[in-house]
Write a protein that binds this ligand. Structure first.
Ligand code: PBG
Length: 324
């Protein structure tokens, strides 16, 4: 059968018809809202390259968590900007570190909010690298112990999910073992399994003050030219005990999200990253694109590619749009 019998436009005529046959859904319940937490009280410091987003003191992060929850968002993902940095990333696993304090406050003061903690050392090392450094090398195995300590201290503070983003080999196994030994066998791991060495992280590094002082992250994060390798990374992480796997960035890597979705049985997350946010915000500020429509289209594309959950700086905005 073909034209004139076949007329796909029949099902596009009205919004009610379009919504009846829509293949993909998107709801606030799919979204995770990242927060950058810093020391102080009453601090809300706008991030220059991410207009509308802030570095927050713990009390302000609690207010933000409450607002997120009231908009129907299920979860926040925490990043910390510590008061001091050193070569061992002590601030990452300090029982009273900035993320540990924020986790505890959010769990105590916001009802029914899932609190996820990013596990990486780059915000806490004085050189800005994701691990222990010797000369110009980022050492893999000595880093694992620090990552495991970080995850355990976050779980002890009350984190519901730990999310390692460092891309060291073997870190999921090391974290799983350490969590289990400490009695946190119920805490799931969301691993950033396919995290690319991406220039789309630029604004994040401004926000988290985590730009490496020398070199780059290409010795551990993935080559943007590779896609098969992402499936390998995801399968390895699941083998080591990851409960969910993430692909990052999102829109420039939709094919990767799709491949990983087809290869695994666990939930797949995608991180709509800082550079994606910055491009959207800048183009919209200039009046060059319709911010709301481009945002929803981007989020739909990520869901269509196969992501179950999306980490996005636009979570609050999207939740408002989806509720209208
Ligand atoms: C920490 C980390 C980064 C991001 C998430 N976790 C930065 C990096 O790898 O340099 C990037 C998030 C974003 O750009 O929104 N390693």
């Amino acid at each position: 059968m073909t034209f004139p019998q076949e007329r796909p436009r029949r099902l596009r005529r009205t919004e009610i018809l379009r919504s009846l046959v829509r293949e993909t859904d998107l709801s606030p319940g799919d979204l995770v809202y990242p927060l950058f937490v810093r020391p102080g009280r009453g601090v809300r410091q706008e991030i220059a390259s991410m207009p509308g987003l802030y570095n927050l003191s713990v009390d302000e992060a609690v207010a933000e968590g409450q607002e997120a929850r009231s908009l129907g968002l299920p979860a926040v993902l925490l990043f910390g900007i510590p008061p001091a940095k050193d070569a061992k990333a002590s601030g990452a696993y300090d029982p009273h570190g900035i993320v540990q304090e924020a986790v505890a406050a959010l769990k105590k003061q916001v009802r029914d909010l899932l609190v996820m903690a990013d596990v990486c050392l780059c915000e806490y090392t004085d050189h800005g690298h994701c691990g222990v450094v010797q000369g110009d090398e980022i050492l893999n195995d000595p880093t694992l112990e620090l990552l495991a300590k970080t995850a355990v201290s976050q779980a002890r503070a009350g984190a519901d999910v730990v999310a390692p983003s460092d891309m060291m080999d073997g870190r999921v196994a090391a974290i799983r073992r350490a969590l289990d030994q400490a009695g946190f066998e119920q805490v799931p791991i969301l691993s950033y399994a396919a995290k690319y060495a991406s220039a789309f992280y630029g604004p994040f590094r401004e926000a988290a003050q985590s730009t490496p002082k020398f070199g780059d992250r290409r010795s551990h994060q993935m080559d943007p030219a590779n896609a098969r390798e992402a499936v390998r990374e995801a399968l390895l992480d699941i083998g080591e005990g990851a409960d969910m796997v993430m692909v990052k960035p999102a829109v420039p890597y939709l094919d990767v999200i799709h491949r990983v979705r087809q290869a695994v049985q666990v939930p797949v997350a995608a991180y709509h990253v800082s550079g994606e946010y910055a491009m959207l915000a800048a183009a919209a500020q200039n009046g060059w694109i319709d911010r709301e429509r481009v945002l929803l289209e981007s989020l739909y594309s990520i869901r269509r590619a196969g992501a179950d959950l999306i980490v996005t700086y636009c979570a609050k905005e999207a939740a408002r749009l989806l509720r209208r």
